[in-house]
Design a protein around this ligand. Structure first.
Ligand SMILES: NC(=O)c1ccc[n+]([C@@H]2O[C@H](COP(=O)([O-])OP(=O)(O)OC[C@H]3O[C@@H](n4cnc5c(N)ncnc54)[C@H](O)[C@@H]3O)[C@@H](O)[C@H]2O)c1
Length: 173
């Protein structure tokens, strides 16, 4: 069973949550710095092994981002850079998806993803997820039902625009 929203909030407040930053570039590295300075341990992922090697050695590879942002946090373990996607699962990340048209996720050309099967969006399934990410605005979905049962919804398509109840659970992205 996934941790509840209040457990998650507690882990944020107590700084015991580990923050994952995906993409360690112009946006990702300042984000790493913000979270490190706020007292979190940060695990950064990037697909570029050469950049990861530089960062893991405590060096910035971007000229206007000073290495001081990186060196001390790497040395004392507040920031770790990796190119190994499996580390996401090690940090407790679990990913499920639903697509009524694509029941089994096909092999990707560029990305290695674990074999995944579309999960039915039952009330129990929705309630058991830390966060529901909406990546499509499609008539196949009952967004009222999704919001009613989800703990937290990140809506990247404004698909929930007509949902009246539970709006406090929706973050638009
Ligand atoms: N730089 C800006 O001012 C700015 C402003 C607004 C939005 N954005 C958006 O933010 C995102 C990042 O921009 P940036 O400027 O930091 O780019 P960037 O090229 O500096 O950094 C992106 C990093 O992500 C890595 N990456 C690519 N695919 C990845 C994957 N699948 N998993 C993990 N890492 C991956 C790349 O190797 C690279 O190091 C982009 O989507 C960009 O459009 C950037």
């Amino acid at each position: 069973m996934a941790p509840s929203a209040s457990d998650f909030a507690q882990r944020i407040l107590s700084r015991t949550a580990v923050v994952g930053v995906v993409g360690l570039g112009y946006v990702g590295l300042p984000l790493v710095r913000v979270f490190v300075e706020a007292g979190f341990r940060v695990l950064g992922f990037d697909t570029d092994a050469a950049k990861v090697a530089q960062l893991a050695a405590g060096r910035s590879y971007i000229s206007h981002i000073p290495s001081e942002w990186i060196t001390a946090p790497v040395r004392d373990g507040r920031f770790e850079a990796t190119a190994d996607r499996a580390r996401l699962a090690e940090r407790g990340a679990q990913l499920s998806y639903n697509d009524p048209q694509i029941r089994v996720l096909p092999k990707m050309r560029h990305f290695k993803v674990p074999p995944l099967e579309s999960r039915d969006l039952s009330a129990d399934f929705l309630a058991g997820q830390d966060c529901i990410l909406i990546a499509t605005d499609h008539s196949a979905y009952d967004y009222e039902f999704i919001v009613r049962h989800a703990q937290l919804v990140v809506d990247t398509r404004n698909a929930t625009r007509n949902v009246a109840r539970g709006r406090e659970k929706i973050c638009k992205a």
